[in-house]
Design a protein around this ligand. Structure first.
Ligand SMILES: Cc1ncc(C[n+]2csc(CCOP(=O)(O)OP(=O)(O)O)c2C)c(N)n1
Ligand SMILES: [Mg+2]
Length: 740
């Protein structure tokens, strides 16, 4: 244990009067720390017992990590600072104010478990009142959220008006709070430092000098894999030590006094605005990885005994006795009280009601705001098309491309709502702002120029470039949205969305459901998608939307023309759910589907298809860049063979407009689903299955699909033509179906 520094200016008699402290911790604080650490261990022991009795269903212990957690909580402030703890942080959460009952309710999966209402494993902490944010089981994803959380705090401090509650959109449903000197704590294990997202987070926090306090709890193992296999050289502190703007601490994390002093220095650095801090705490893991693991299979007794000698509970107990802070009776009294409290909490948790099965559908999406509702149905207000004095039509009434109207919608929403931020690769006009200010350059504003001019109007703290790190783009956005901001981020090409897949599958869409509506992250992710580019080849032509429509909790939008793109993007930004907004690159500047600017309030609700062309002989269900191709084919078929095709543009893929599909198929009795992605397991498979299932008696022909070949998209234009569905393929498929 560390000893206190004595102030040399005090006289002997003053010294005697002044109570002794330990790095500033009083005896009482140490006694309280002991009580919490012991409580944490006892909850683990109780859960292990309950697991053996099959009354709880999983157990992850915080054993060996108690001292570092308690020390962090002594320095940081619940409900003021922000916390992204990982599963070993039981003592931290207790010290912040979570109760044993709350934790045991999580273990039994009770309806009133505040972390998840019985939806997540135990030890996946979330306590809204304490600013302890929901976490998943994926190791490392939380680190980028913490970075975004810190960015949000700083943004809000600079734009306090953005925090205001506004009725009528997503802002109505979240209380936004921030503190000028807040710190975001995030913890992780030694093994988790191997994840790329850890490095993306360090880079962003360092570069932007964010007040993130990273705490690596190094127990030298990741399940059975020792630290020297995870970390080159075996010590993460050595590897990260050259990141600028950081404060670094490496310490014995089984000693709460040492850890407290380290956290004081680290948090001080963050609060002062100097940048992030990195606390590397060496701890132990006496209870194996989890109850499903037996560490004796891979750790010899001698090594385990070495660890046991550093057990933080017995070390603090010895310290309290040695310093005369508590005697044996005092220790026994605390332990007895804790045992009684944990026993009674366990009894109460076991009696707590479990969630009703019919609640499973709650909170997949916002219960407050339905983007398919009439509130999101606002007509366009086109500028008057009358000729101006010089005989020309006004600029606003000229037909605009999809690129123009997406840009205009982003601009409108940024003007209307100060919480909207835009970031991604190349989205800024220029990161070196002085070039813009000196008017030396025009600025870029996106590889497709969709965000052009936005940085110039709204400034670099609202529109900025990021590193090429897609997981970080989505992960940081998620952290910001949890705080109440509305990030509208860009993934430059759908082909490069995959580094963000963990964030897009395991995080963003799960946050509301897994936290039982305590947290939400309504981010908009804009993505340039699709082929028909001539030369786009395999890595600039991909579709793959069904991978995301297969993810509950994520809205998926895929407009085919500029007017829909504007109306749907506005709905995406104002709604309360995460949205994947797919923009077909080929449609950005297409002549097809241009529209005059529809005004700053035009909205198209989700889940409402558009009948592009009414017909009676067969239904074609499609979306995106296949819409104009299908229209061309349908018109030809009408002209040449008098077949009347009803063309349905879905516009949004989740939710999708089943009523419109059903109404059309009931009328025509024939259905063709056309999509650009490769055929098998694609989006059309689900639609075809539903039609077969629910409209069987209305069908006069088999349900047909037409899509890309089950290959990738090739570069050579002849091959690309053969791979992607062309108007001629659509024509043939429609004719065959009509003739069946
Ligand atoms: C992304 C991901 N990969 C694998 C796992 C399975 N897993 C759970 S915990 C764990 C080890 C983590 O080790 P470490 O970061 O050192 O934390 P510790 O459990 O030792 O405290 C692994 C591999 C996971 N949950 N998430
Ligand atoms: Mg570990």
């Amino acid at each position: 244990m560390a000893t206190t520094k004595v102030d040399p200016k005090l006289t002997d008699s003053e010294l005697k009067k002044k109570p002794k402290t330990y790095q500033g911790l009083t005896s009482q604080q140490l006694v309280d720390a002991y009580r919490i650490m012991f409580t944490s261990r006892r909850i683990d022991d109780r859960e292990i017992l309950l697991k053996r009795q099959q009354k709880v269903f999983f157990q992850i212990s915080g054993a060996g990590h108690e001292a570092v957690g308690v020390a962090a909580a002594l320095v940081l402030k619940p409900g003021y600072d922000w916390f992204y703890p990982y599963y070993r942080d039981r003592a931290l959460c207790l010290a912040l104010g979570a109760t044993p009952l709350e934790m045991l309710m999580g273990a039994v999966g009770a309806a009133d478990d505040p972390s998840s209402g019985g939806r997540q494993m135990p030890s996946h902490w979330a306590y809204k009142r304490l600013n302890v944010v929901t976490q998943s089981s994926a190791t490392g994803t939380q680190i980028l959220h913490a970075v975004g959380c810190a960015e949000a705090g700083r943004y809000l401090a600079k734009h306090p008006n953005a925090a205001r509650k506004v009725e009528g959109d997503y802002r109505q449903f979240k209380d936004v709070q921030f503190q000028g000197d807040e710190v975001t704590y995030v913890s992780l294990g030694d093994g988790t430092t191997s994840e790329g997202e850890f490095w993306e987070a360090l880079n962003a926090a360092s570069n932007r000098r964010l007040p993130v306090l990273f705490c690596v709890e190094d127990n030298e193992y990741a399940i059975s894999v020792p630290v020297e296999v995870q970390t080159s050289g075996g010590n993460i502190s050595r590897l990260v030590s050259s990141f600028p703007n950081f404060h670094f601490e490496e310490l014995d994390g089984t000693d709460p006094v040492i850890a407290y002093a380290a956290f004081q220095r680290a948090a001080g650095h963050c609060r002062a605005g100097n940048g992030p801090a990195f606390v590397h705490a060496h701890v132990i893991r006496p209870y194996s990885h989890s109850l499903s693991d037996d560490e004796r299979l891979y750790r010899p007794d001698a090594e385990r005994q070495r660890d046991a000698a550093r057990d933080p509970i017995s070390r603090l107990q010895m310290f309290l006795l040695r310093e005369g802070i508590l005697d044996e009776k005092g220790i026994n009294k605390i332990e007895k009280e804790v045992d009684e409290e944990v026993q009674s909490a366990a009894d109460r948790a076991l009696e707590a009601p479990i969630p009703q099965p019919e609640t499973i559908h709650n909170y997949v999406y916002s219960p407050d705001l339905d983007p398919a509702s009439a509130a999101f149905d606002r007509p366009p207000a086109f500028a008057s098309p009358e000729a101006t004095a010089d005989g020309k039509r006004s600029a606003a009434s000229q037909p605009k491309t999809m690129a123009d109207l997406i840009n205009a919608t982003l601009r409108d929403e940024m003007r209307r709502d100060e919480r909207v931020l835009i970031f991604g690769e190349d989205v800024a006009d220029a990161s070196r702002e002085e070039y813009l200010k000196q008017k030396l350059i025009k600025g870029k504003g996106g590889v497709f120029k969709l965000t052009s001019g936005l940085q110039m109007e709204f400034g670099a703290d609202r529109v900025f470039n990021t590193p090429i790190a897609e997981a970080a783009i989505v992960g940081r956005a998620t952290g910001m949205a949890i705080r109440g901001l509305k990030p509208v981020v860009e993934i430059q090409f759908f082909d490069y969305i995959w580094p963000a897949m963990m964030q897009l599958r395991d995080e963003l869409p799960t946050i509301r459901w897994r936290s039982n509506n305590a947290f939400s992250a309504p981010v908009v992710v804009r993505v340039a998608i699709g082929g028909y580019l001539t030369g786009g080849a395999i890595y600039h032509s991909q579709c793959g939307e069904s991978i995301f429509t297969h993810t509950p909790g994520l809205r998926v939008v895929f407009p085919s023309n500029s007017l829909d793109a504007a109306g749907l993007l506005r709905t995406a930004i104002r709604c309360d759910d995460p949205v994947l907004f797919l923009e077909h690159k080929r449609l950005y500047r297409e002549t097809y589907g241009r529209s005059p600017y529809p005004g700053p309030d035009f909205m198209v609700p989700f889940g409402k298809a558009k009948v592009v062309q009414p017909g009676t002989d067969l239904t074609v269900i499609t979306y995106g860049a296949v819409v104009p191709r299908a229209l061309q084919a349908a018109q030809k078929l009408e002209r040449e063979q008098h077949v009347s095709v009803e063309l349905v543009d879905l516009r949004t893929l989740n939710p999708f407009d089943w009523e419109a599909i059903a109404a059309s198929v009931k009328k025509t009795n024939r259905a063709l689903i056309a999509y650009e992605d490769s055929l098998s397991w694609g989006y059309g498979a689900e639609i075809a299955a539903r039609i077969a299932d629910q409209l069987f008696h209305h069908l006069d022909a088999p349900v047909k699909r037409i899509a890309a070949t089950d290959t990738f998209v090739a570069y050579q234009p002849l091959l690309e033509n053969a791979i992607l569905p062309q108007a001629s393929d659509l024509f043939r498929a429609m004719r065959e179906l009509a003739e069946f």
